[in-house]
Design a binder for this molecule. Structure first.
Ligand code: BG6
Length: 495
């Protein structure tokens, strides 16, 4: 069928119903990911993608729309007209207004001839439509034992709304059939972190409070709110990034070795990490968290407006576009080891990385260093823009004398592995189709994350203090550097 066939397990026959099928996520991520999977020959020949949305379109019109809008999101080297045309044959369009039951009868007519196929309902819509969609799916008797529902963030605005979403999903689908997506868990390097930790022995004895001084997790973006002003202003960086992507990443860094890659074995360990997070009280919030909002500045040399000048943002908005915080875990492995988390829009660079700082040597025996301790070892796991793992250590500078210099071991994935990198959404979609829930959040994890985040939101709201301004193109407010330097550390900011 296609070039570049991999040895990956093919999916079973499936009907994938994409609610919100004409939306941005579908066009930018989901359809391009499915195209790649098709091109690799891993989608079963009997696999349909049914786009369901409100637009008045027919299948032909939808296929044309997809051809226009998806192309720029597929790397040119992977785009082949013949393969794309073949892929288009899988696409079916159905006009669906989530509030109209007769539209679900039409969907049922499409699905019912194939009860033996895996059926995935992917809700790529606003959460306000989850309830009517689920109710209509149930009323039309579409939930078979092979049916699954996949849901995207935002999964709630706070703990109560997250619980309400979970309740309405639970009323229609058993928990094992619910796939809650956090696309960070689908990223190659997050997977690699598991391989690094649990496929090797030598990190494990060091991966604890005796050897690690602190951990930093940074997700810095240089983009602003990119036309999502209205959504973003009701959300803010803590809900948009920390509650999900950063806490999930922290879980993978901090969890105990699971007994297997079995979905519940992994999710039980992640849940324990979330439970071990020390609550940040209202009293501590001003010392342990920093929230910021960008002002006009320059992004990679180009002048950009401030957050409050962006379309759809009120001139007096108090929404944070930056968060830095110090988290701690109350457990034997990590007690006393700070985890500094930081994320923001319009920062100096786009970089996502996890940095494990090991403790310094206790004394320096090298006189030429003038009593200064050698730099501590650090393991830098970079997810973006490029994927790499670097281990920094001290070595002797060649020549006379005994001068030490930091050098690094570089695990360069791009040159070691020549195979195409699988994007997060492709991996996750294939896992939903194959029925592998390890990389998806269980209900209790989602709620535990909200339980930790919510008091911070309340304390910020109660304080009435505005977010600290920072210039677009900088590394965030000065208070962010102060947060970490108070403990004698500084943010890892290296290109
Ligand atoms: C999304 C957020 O979940 O993640 C966005 O809503 C953010 O605001 C994006 O830009 C970042 O994802 P990535 O994969 O580009 O790091």
């Amino acid at each position: 069928m296609s070039a570049n066939t991999t040895t990956a397990t093919p999916t079973p026959p499936f009907d994938l119903v994409l609610f919100g099928g004409t939306g941005d996520l579908a066009m930018r991520k989901l359809l391009p990911a499915l195209y790649q999977a098709h091109r690799d020959g891993v989608l079963h020949p009997e696999g349909r993608i049914i786009a369901a949305a409100r637009s008045e379109l027919d299948t032909e019109g939808f296929r044309n729309m997809a051809s226009e809008r998806c192309r720029e999101h597929i790397r040119a080297e992977f785009f082949q007209d013949a393969v794309w045309n073949e892929f288009l044959q899988r696409l079916v369009y159905l006009q669906v207004d989530a509030r109209q039951s007769e539209h679900f009868r039409e969907l049922a007519a499409l699905l019912e001839p194939y009860p033996q196929r895996v059926r995935v309902f992917y809700l790529s819509t606003g959460p306000d439509l989850f309830a009517p969609i689920c109710q209509h799916i149930a009323a039309a008797n579409l939930v078979t034992s092979l049916a699954r529902v996949a849901v995207e963030k935002p999964l709630g605005h706070d703990l109560a709304s997250a619980k309400a979403i979970n309740d309405l999903l639970a009323a229609v689908f058993p928990e094992p059939q619910i796939y809650r997506i956090d696309h960070y868990l689908g990223k190659e390097t997050v997977q690699n972190l598991m391989a690094l930790r649990f496929g090797n022995t030598f990190f494990e004895p060091l991966w604890q409070r005796g050897w690690v001084s602190h951990v930093q997790i940074t997700v810095a973006e240089h983009i602003g709110v990119e036309g999502r002003g209205e959504f973003y202003d009701h959300t803010g960086a803590l809900r948009d990034m920390v509650q999900n992507h950063l806490l999930q990443t922290l879980c993978i860094v901090a969890m105990e070795p699971p007994t297997s890659m079995d979905p519940d074995a992994v999710r039980n360990e992640k849940l324990k990490v979330l439970h071990a997070l020390k609550p940040i009280t209202a009293h501590e919030v001003s010392t342990l968290t920093v929230r910021g909002q960008y002002r006009a500045g320059a992004s990679r040399g180009v002048p950009v407006p401030g957050y409050r000048e962006e379309p759809g943002i009120p001139a007096d908005s108090l929404t944070e576009t930056f968060v830095a915080l110090k988290a701690e875990l109350n457990n034997w492995r990590w007690a006393g080891v700070p985890f500094y988390l930081r994320t923001g829009k319009r920062l100096q660079e786009r970089v996502t990385e996890i940095v494990i700082y090991f403790r310094q040597v206790p004394v320096s025996i090298f006189p030429s260093a003038g009593g200064i301790l050698p730099e501590p070892n650090r393991l830098v796991i970079r997810l973006q823009p490029e994927e790499s793992v670097k281990l920094y250590m001290m070595a002797k500078e060649p020549g006379d004398g005994m001068r030490l210099k930091p050098v690094h071991l570089n695990l360069d994935f791009a040159t070691t592995f020549k195979t195409r990198k699988v994007e997060a959404y492709e991996r996750l979609l294939l896992d939903v189709l194959r029925g592998r829930p390890t990389l998806f959040l269980r209900r209790d994890e989602l709620e535990a994350a909200w339980r930790w985040v919510e008091p911070i939101l309340h304390a910020w709201a109660d304080s009435g203090e505005p977010p600290k301004p920072y210039t677009a193109g900088s590394w965030g407010p000065a208070a962010s550097s102060a947060l970490i330097s108070r403990d004698g550390f500084s943010w890892h900011e290296e290109s």
